[in-house]
Design a protein around this ligand. Sequence first.
Ligand code: HEC
Length: 177
Amino acid sequence: MLMIAFLMSCNRDKNHPGYTYFPDMAYSQAAETYSPSAVFADGRTMITPAEGTIPRGFTPYPFKAKSFEDQVAAGKTLMNPLEASTAVITEGKRQYEIYCIHCHGAQGKGDGHLYTSKLFLAKPANLMDPITQNKPDGEIYHIITMGTLSGLMGPHGSQVQSQNRWAIIHYLRQLAK
Ligand code: HEC
């Protein structure tokens, strides 16, 4: 009897997949991301991350947009973590030329192509002016991150990486010398 069972298990039809124990474990049930789910209490297949979840490498930013108090507070609290080395300034220049030059111009005077061609109507600030240069690094960082108080310049926090925002500030200091 044992022998027969043994022979049968070897003599399998190659076109038959065989018998599966616990088929619902062998074949996982695929669910469409946005389809309703019978499994979860809220009926959704795609689960929202737990409250307070942040992406890897992300630092929560505590200062609000369009708040003068928060902008000043950022200036007092945030310190430029980078040294004004040649490498940092060179990278700052590179980043400025990607993200800022089209509005603020090659010399930072507020005469970039978007403005002079009248494609962008708000007058970009002259970043070489004492009004900007007398602001602490943290305040300029805040403006780049969250935009200006008036909102005429939008936030650049999602485009320009944090380190690169600080590098741009070193470059702007250098440019003003
Ligand atoms: C789409 C055009 C545009 C781009 C791109 C842009 N800016 Fe601006 N920026 C403006 C305008 C317009 C103002 C003046 C707005 C206002 O007064 O509210 C301004 C104001 C500023 C100020 C405030 C100056 C002050 O002392 O009040 C800083 C600092 C600044 N920009 C830096 C930057 C940097 C750095 C970048 C690149 C990361 C950048 N901007 C990109 C248009 C732009």
